[in-house]
Design a protein around this ligand. Sequence first.
Ligand code: SF4
Length: 259
Amino acid sequence: MGTFWEDLWRREEGFMASAKPEFRHGTYFIGVSDIASQFYCEYKAENKFALGEIPTEAKKEGTELHDELIPGVEITADEFVRLVSKEEPSYAVLRVWGWVDGLRIIGMPDHIVWSSGRPVWLVELKTTKGDPNTLWDDQMIQTRIYGLLLEEMGFDCSMLKMAVVKVRGHGLSDDDRRQWMQRVSEALMSGTTTELESVYGGLMKAHIVTYDKVKALESVAAKSGYWMGQREATSSESIRKCHACEYNSTCLKSLDRQS
Ligand code: SF4
């Protein structure tokens, strides 16, 4: 294994080993998805720690579809390096991590396409029961922060492109599900996502997201104060969001319950 990889694994080990419960709620690490969800409603984080995760049918179905569309097998670090170092595109994910704006952040992207050791496409898959054409800020921000962490880890992100692929599961055939990641990856690389979307007849949309390091840094900076204990959580100003929220019936700040 080359020096870059040895150095990366060594730095990762140090990063993980140095973790302390130094953030709000005694957390050691802040998840990329936790930061993204603050853009939906920050009070969700309060509820998550006070009341725990609330399982919902939608979450369960979403997770099952997600696992079906992006099946994975665990490989060793050496196998990972061999795979992603090839020039022809390869698919593999790894944990992303790094310090940003005083936060020790970790996350696991859904899908990364590699070529010659460089990430060339980072794909976040979002299942939905609604309209796949709608892209929410938190989904775009989550994807950008993954890119930021890849860059902070030392990867060459000069070729990096990103997409949030939204899909409505009902209506996908078994074959659609099996071939999903291959088809999406090939369509992204060949610039034919519009054609793929029409094949899927409105069940999916590939939202291309520009990787913007400055915006990613700004997004973390806008939310870090909460984790550092510098301010209290803000809460949703949208009844629509509260109505759709799993904490709706118990949340002290719910606009829907109070109305
Ligand atoms: S019910 Fe509303 S305020 Fe409470 S966590 Fe959900 S979205 Fe936020």
